[in-house]
Design a protein around this ligand. Structure first.
Ligand SMILES: Nc1ncnc2c1ncn2[C@@H]1O[C@H](COP(=O)(O)OP(=O)(O)O)[C@@H](O)[C@H]1O
Ligand SMILES: [Mg+2]
Length: 346
């Protein structure tokens, strides 16, 4: 067997107990046969997987050569070069489209909107991942009823995402011992944790990656725009003016850093009293429409303030999956509008 033949056979060898070949997993670095000895260099990420692969190769090829020299190439150097927003890196080549849900302000319903829009996309048959990038206030696990899950790794040393409601879900909350453990991280640490979530989670192939962003216009927003080609962002606002002020800053930031804006979602728009049917504009009205006109971005929808949206969310029962037909429609209509607005890869 010559070097080329050995390389071909090695690449076709399956990784023990996994449905993937060493070639698919890109674990073979170099292969050289000289004087009956096969020199094989592996690109395994951990010692465990190195030993597993080494054993599998020895079992299969020991009798074909006088000797086998199987070594491990030094750990793959992660690219630490941060991209530029005009020509971003792509840390998530497995995702066809990336949608960032953001706002200038906390508490406006970004996480609730992210979760329900992600599920609405999954309901249309898309494969969807949901990344909780709000490292200091990670709510996604509670909203998706995955808060009791703990982090674990698969055989390729990739983090296994949680799954529920048809989504693959990753949040720093999975890495903390209890849900009330605060993360006291400098933003540089938060940023590298998120990059790890993009690179080291077994997301599989995704049609959409939805990112629940932290509030504001800081490091994390900038990093996501530099490290990922964002297909579009969705900006969540409430109807009141202070919210609109903060949201304006988010809009301008995204425009500055060349992230396309799919549109605005006005959340907690109004309240209809269940007993009298009277409508109350609790937070005032019109911010969504005004912002939409002022910045020429579409208003994708208005979601009322409803007690059962809050209750369902707190209980990990997202309204788009388990709410009333009317509630499902709020989110599903926003997704249909969004898909009409953005240029996405089908
Ligand atoms: N349309 C709505 N009606 C009622 N409560 C809502 C609605 N949207 C969000 N909430 C509630 O408001 C609170 C803040 O929402 P959340 O999504 O966590 O905001 P953010 O991620 O922007 O901080 C949560 O308790 C959530 O259940
Ligand atoms: Mg949140």
């Amino acid at each position: 067997m010559n070097s080329h033949q050995l390389e071909t056979s090695l690449k076709a060898l399956t990784y023990p107990n996994l449905n993937r070949t060493l070639g698919e997993l890109k674990l073979i670095s170099t292969v050289k046969v000289t004087q009956g000895i096969a020199h094989i260099e592996l690109l395994t990420v951990s010692d465990d997987s190195y030993l597993t692969v080494k054993k599998a190769i020895e079992e299969t090829f020991a009798s074909s050569f006088e000797g086998l020299s199987i070594t491990k190439k030094g750990a793959v150097q992660k690219d630490t070069h941060y991209g530029h927003t005009a020509t971003p890196n792509n840390r998530a080549p497995y995702a066809k489209n990336v949608i960032a849900v953001t706002s200038g302000k906390g508490g406006v319903g970004k996480s609730t909107v992210s979760v329900n829009l992600a599920i609405a996309l999954a309901q249309l048959g898309y494969t969807v991942g949901l990344l909780d990038a709000d490292v200091y206030g990670p709510n996604v696990p509670r909203l998706t009823n995955t808060d009791l899950e703990k982090i674990h790794w698969n055989e390729e040393n990739k983090i296994v995402p949680s799954e529920n409601y048809g989504l693959k879900i990753m949040s720093v909350a999975l890495t903390t011992p209890t849900s009330d453990t605060p993360l006291v991280w400098r933003s540089s640490v938060a940023v590298s944790a998120l990059i790890q979530f993009l690179e080291d989670v077994a997301w599989g192939e995704l049609d959409f990656m939805v990112i629940d962003m932290p509030p504001g216009t800081g490091d994390i927003q900038l990093t996501m725009a530099q490290e990922l080609p964002l297909t579009a962002s969705i900006i969540v606002t409430t109807p009141q003016l202070v919210s609109a002020d903060d949201v304006s800053r988010a809009i301008v930031m995204f425009q500055d850093i060349h992230v396309p804006i799919a549109g605005l979602v006005e959340n907690m728009s109004y309240f209809v009293a269940p007993d009298t049917g009277m409508r109350y504009d609790i937070f005032g009205s019109g911010a969504g429409e005004r912002l939409s006109k002022h910045y020429s971005i579409p208003l994708l929808g208005q979601i009322p303030l409803e007690m059962s949206i809050r209750e369902g969310s707190d209980n990990g029962e997202p309204p788009v999956a388990l709410g009333s037909e009317t509630q499902k429609k709020y989110y599903q209509d926003i997704v249909s509008k969004m898909l009409e607005t953005i240029a996405f890869n089908p």
